[in-house]
Design a protein around this ligand. Structure first.
Ligand SMILES: NC(=O)c1ccc[n+]([C@@H]2O[C@H](COP(=O)([O-])OP(=O)(O)OC[C@H]3O[C@@H](n4cnc5c(N)ncnc54)[C@H](OP(=O)(O)O)[C@@H]3O)[C@@H](O)[C@H]2O)c1
Length: 275
């Protein structure tokens, strides 16, 4: 039997946050290859317009929209919802990819930097998810893919805010998946290890030695695996065998034991980078 969700409707869109970033762009490419219409968001008009030109040239059969949205800004998030309503499009898949990675001791950061990371990684992501759940087409399947991190499994001293925000996302999305279990809403949370997306991440991975190398997976593989996991309705997806092992071995230990171990590893790696 052919189900309604097997058809691709012309007004169906996949919304990708942080679309211009390393992993974001990999999601954009994979979804475009899968013939999905795309609503791409980010903070920079210039980067979004360059991405629009590149993708619309390669995939000229698709509808592609862009919208500048600072996820930390409530008015911007409201504006995004108004834009979706004005364009009369239906979001059937949300990819919560945008994230702020802040690394270092907590007293290195200004209040604003810490608030911004929590706003983008937690508040903005939850608010957007809640708003889109509210306006979704309830006769259809709605998919939510959220990018957390392997850092969600460990409290990480010297990177405490980031690890805590990613842990929040796993807890939040897993809980919501139960709230919505009878409502054709699929939640998958992805916990990648290293991805060499920015110079800071490349330096960080290098300073972690063999562990960093084994944990690092190309963004195209992470995006592909994540979309497959979403299709299989997997609640949590950890890309790569080594990363799966790191999550598995964290299970029996107390949080304070894990914090001491990860703290030692991060301190060593940050010393190599003159943090
Ligand atoms: N790289 C890694 O090793 C790693 C590991 C595990 C998980 N992750 C997660 O993977 C996701 C993608 O990160 P990435 O490695 O691809 O880094 P990236 O290239 O820096 O991408 C991050 C994206 O987040 C967006 N963003 C930042 N602040 C924003 C804001 N205020 N409002 C809206 N969007 C904002 C940026 O958008 P603009 O460019 O438009 O500003 C950017 O596209 C993040 O959630 C990150 O935490 C990364």
């Amino acid at each position: 039997m052919i189900k309604t969700e097997d058809f691709k409707f012309d007004t169906d869109f996949t919304l990708i946050t942080g679309a211009c970033g390393g992993l974001g762009k990999a999601f954009v490419t994979k979804c475009a290859e899968n013939s999905e219409n795309l609503l791409l968001t980010g903070t920079s008009e210039k980067k979004l317009s360059a991405l629009y030109n590149e993708i619309s040239e390669r995939f000229n059969n698709l509808k592609i929209l862009t919208y500048v949205c600072d996820l930390a800004n409530r008015e911007n998030r409201k504006g995004l919802l108004e834009f979706i309503s004005k364009e009369k499009i239906t979001i059937t898949r949300l990819i919560n990819n945008a994230g702020v990675i802040i690394e270092g001791d907590i007293d290195r950061f200004s209040d604003e930097e810490i608030e911004n990371a929590i706003q983008v990684n937690c508040i903005g992501t939850v608010d957007l998810t809640k708003k889109l759940l509210k306006v979704r087409d309830r006769t259809r399947k709605f998919e939510i893919l959220t990018v957390s991190s392997i850092a969600s499994s460990y409290p990480i001293p010297h990177m405490a805010v980031y690890a805590a925000t990613k842990s929040f996302l796993v807890s939040m999305m897993t809980a919501l998946s139960v709230e919505y279990k009878n409502e054709r809403v699929v939640f998958t949370t992805v916990c990648p290890g290293g991805m060499a997306t920015t110079q800071a991440m490349k330096d960080s991975i290098k300073s972690m030695g063999i562990g960093g190398k084994l944990s690092t997976i190309p963004v195209s593989k992470v995006a592909e695996g994540s979309l497959k996991a979403l299709k299989r309705k997997k609640k949590i997806y950890v890309p790569g065998l080594f990363n799966k092992f790191l999550v598995f071995i964290s299970k029996p230990f107390t949080k304070s034991f894990l914090a001491r171990q990860s703290g030692r590893i991060y301190r060593k790696s940050q010393k190599k980078r003159n943090f």
